[in-house]
Structures are given as C-alpha cells and as structure tokens.
Design a protein around this ligand. Structure first.
Ligand code: UGA
Length: 436
C-alpha cells in the first residue's frame, strides 16, 4: 500500500522506515529541507540503532522516498500519518501548530478520499479540531476520515517496538478507516506483532496518555519506595524484584534512580493532568507523580552536597548527558538540571557522553561545558563522579583505574548502575538510590 508520513522525527522516520521494510511504498515528508537533504544522502538526522540500515535498504529497493512537499505527499498516498512535533508551547500546553498546518495543507491538496492519521501524541479531542480544519480548507467536495494511531516506541529500541508491538491501537469513526489501517498493519501482525485494537478516536488518544502516565507513575512509585528504603534500612532493588515477580505488577519500570526524563513522560503526564483539569477531574495522583520526579533530582543533589560539604571549586565528573542510554536525546534529561545547578555552586564540571554532547549544547547554548571523550580523562582529578546515564561503557568501567585517576574516589550513582559491594570493595565511597 502507499503511505505518506509527515514529520521525520523519531516517530515519523522509524514508522516510515518500518512500514517500507514491511513491503509498503512510503513517502516521508518534512518541511525541514536540511533534514530531507541529509536523508537523501543516506545520513540519519537522529541516532536510533539499526535505523540507517533499514532506510538504506528500502531507499535502494525504491520503497522509501523523501520529499519536502505535503502536496506531493497528498498526491502520493491516500493514507497520511501525521508525525510532526507537538512540543510544549506557552504555558506548557502542547503546541499543535504543526498538526494544524498538515491538516490544512492536506485538505487544500486533496482531490479524492484521504485518511489522516494522528501518530504524534496529541491531547484528546485533537481529531475534532483536525476535522474542522480539514472541512474549512477543502477545495474539492471529497470525503475524508481522521483516525488516531498512537505510537508506543521507546527511543533506543524503536525498531523492535515498531516491528514487534505489544498492541496496535487505532481509533476510527468508520469501517473504511479501520480496514485501511488494518491492511497497513497486516504484515507486522503476520510477523507476530501483538493485538490490533479498534476503538473510538478519543479512546485511542486517551490510551496513549493513560499508558505513558501509568509508566511514569510506576517509576515515581518505586522512587518513593526507594526513599523509604533508605530511611528504613532496606534495598529497593530487592524490594522491586520481590514485587515484580508478581505478574500483576511485573518487573519492568521499577528501576529506581534520579527520575524519568525524555520527550515523552514529562510532557505526556503534564498533558494528562491538563486534560483531566479541563474535563473537570483534579488528577492529584498524577500531580504527585510529577512532584516525586522533580524532588528525586533534588534528593540526589543532597547526596552530592552531603558528600562534598563545600561544592565550590570541587571537580565533578558527570557520566552521561542523555536522558537514557542508546539515544543522543537530552530533552528533560537530569543533566539539564545537574550541570547548571552544580556550575551555579561553582563546581568545576566535566562531562562524558558518547553521543549526546551536541544535543546538550543545543539545549543549553549559554551553559559552557567542558567535556571529554574518555571516561578516565573526564574523571582525572575529580572529587566526585556522578552517574546520570547507565551507558554500557559506564557500567563496564575499570573501577581500579577510575579510582587511581580521581582525587577522592567518591561515586554518586543516580541510576543504580553498579553493585554497591563491588564499588565499595574497589575503595570508593559510594551512594546510590534506595540502597541503604
Ligand atoms: C516512552 C515509553 O516507554 C514508550 O512506550 C512511548 O512510546 C514513548 O515514551 C513515547 O511516548 O513516545 P521513551 O521516552 O523513549 O519511551 O523512554 P523510556 O524507556 O520509557 O524511559 C523514559 C525515562 O524513564 C528515562 O529517563 C528512563 O531512564 C526512565 N526510567 C525508565 C526509570 O527511571 N526507571 C525505569 O524503571 C524505567
């Protein structure tokens, strides 16, 4: 089938690449000419393991094309996925300017039936606005549908998530739209990809909000338990293991640490709180989830202060700038809090990250940051190492060598990436989260 995807960010590019790999003919559209130029040259605008090979394979096979024109994309396929950014705008609400723009341009260029599918995470009821926009700008008397097909991709494992999803949720208002989407997902379902769920559009939109918020809640829950563990003399890793073996709870997303970040959880929890407020429900539980997440960073900061006593003039080596391993994304990453806060206290901060340095500098252009491409060089002369991202290179570090280059061997592990006994046996003063 022919499919157009508008937006070549994580969601759009991964979805487009995987649809083409499943045998569909795909056109990925983006108004950012630089991005399209890069893609045409075979360069990836984002870091996602395995994506470059899939893109290359399908471009060569003629199944994957790129364009900067929505008009061309509208002509190319009758099913158009909207995967443009919905960043937080003024006051924190999702900025839907790009979504509206796609709806408008598609409507202006449509000469026959089209199905417009929301793939970006949007506030519930966006489909209603999109339909109104389409009707306003349609030039021909043609039919259309708007559907919701939320994505559940995780950065770093997006390809596996896209090709082997647990579930495919589609919100539709007509059998025609539902059948078209089922046809698109047929090869992925045939390859063993989860259940196909049809529901109404608002339910599909809400499924996304409710899923991400629940995962964020799980993380904040275990982080709160971690705080209690420290005070009561327990080990949160053991508690999480004991809890997670109950299949009703499950072991995943029970990893305590410095709190969740990324482009999704903070934004989506916030959006769900706002939506709930708007429909008249005060979602206090989720507000507490946000509060716990914020205070988790401060909790780790207290450990640094307690250990160093005076932070000024101390060298702090930060291991990891990305919000999680296997991505260069720093949106809402703990590093965005710790680097400026420690510099404000006049610490000498040096950071190491294999790929996220560029994105960090883009995010905080006014924060001058010294970096090193080598973990040991980064930690040379340091009074304290702070682990913010559990990269494999960090977890596999030679502790004896690390200790030998540091001024004082102190490690604050914001990700519980190490076994406390091993690090202490190597001669470190070691603090993690929730392990008394
Ligand atoms: C998240 C969801 O997991 C995806 O299902 C969803 O599709 C995506 O958002 C989205 O809405 O686009 P992602 O933001 O890529 O995916 O990252 P996660 O792997 O979920 O991690 C989010 C944050 O939680 C990271 O900062 C991670 O370090 C943290 N985390 C995760 C914990 O602190 N503890 C855990 O046990 C798990």
């Amino acid at each position: 089938m022919k499919i157009t995807i508008v937006g070549t960010g994580y969601v759009g590019l991964v979805t487009g690449a995987c649809f083409s790999d499943a045998g569909h003919e795909v056109m990925c559209v983006d108004n950012n000419e630089k991005k399209i130029e890069m893609l045409l040259k075979g360069e990836m605008p984002i870091y996602e393991p395995g994506l470059d090979e899939i893109v290359e394979r399908n471009v060569k096979a003629g199944r994957l094309k790129f364009s900067t024109s929505i008009a061309e994309g509208t002509k190319f396929a009758k099913v158009i996925f909207i995967a443009v950014g919905t960043p937080p705008g003024v006051g924190g609400e999702a900025n839907l300017t790009y979504v509206e723009q796609v709806g408008r341009e598609v409507a202006e260029n449509m000469t026959d039936y089209h199905l417009l599918v929301e793939k970006s995470t949007v506030p519930a009821k966006t489909s209603e606005h999109l339909k109104r926009t389409m009707r306003k700008y349609l030039k021909a008397d043609v039919d259309f549908d708007v559907a919701s097909n939320p994505e559940f991709l995780r950065e770093g494992t997006a390809i596996v998530d896209a090709t082997h999803p647990d579930r495919i949720v589609v919100g539709v208002e007509s059998a025609r739209a539902g059948d078209l989407l089922e046809e698109i997902y047929k090869p992925i379902l045939a390859a063993g990809g989860g259940q196909f769920l049809r529901m109404n559009v608002t339910s599909a939109e809400l499924t996304k909000h409710a899923s991400n918020s629940f995962l964020a809640l799980k993380i904040s829950y275990i982080n709160a338990v971690a705080r209690i563990c420290e005070m009561a003399g327990a080990d949160v890793e053991q508690v999480a293991k004991g809890m997670g073996l109950d299949p009703r709870i499950g072991p995943r997303f029970l990893h305590a640490g410095v709190g969740y970040g990324g482009s999704c959880f903070p934004k989506d929890v916030d959006a769900f709180v706002r939506l709930s407020d708007a429909v008249g429900y005060d979602f206090k539980l989720l507000k507490e989830v946000q509060q716990i997440n914020k205070s988790q960073r401060e909790f780790v900061m207290q450990k640094i202060k307690r250990e160093l006593w005076v932070v000024q003039d101390k060298k702090i080596a930060i291991f990891g700038l990305a919000f999680k391993p296997e991505t260069d994304d720093v949106r809402e990453a703990p590093s965005l809090y710790f680097v400026p806060a420690l510099q404000e206290m006049k610490a000498k901060v040096v950071a190491w990250d294999p790929i996220a340095e560029g994105k960090f500098r883009e995010a905080l252009p006014d924060v001058p940051l010294e970096t090193s491409q080598d973990l040991y060089e980064c930690a040379t002369g340091a009074d304290l190492v702070l682990v913010l991202t559990e990269w494999d290179a960090v977890k596999n570090i030679d502790l004896a060598k690390l200790k030998s280059v540091m001024t004082t061997p102190v490690m604050i592990d914001g990700r519980n990436a190490f076994d406390p006994a091993t690090v202490r046996a190597a001669g470190f003063t070691y603090h993690s989260v929730g392990r008394a």
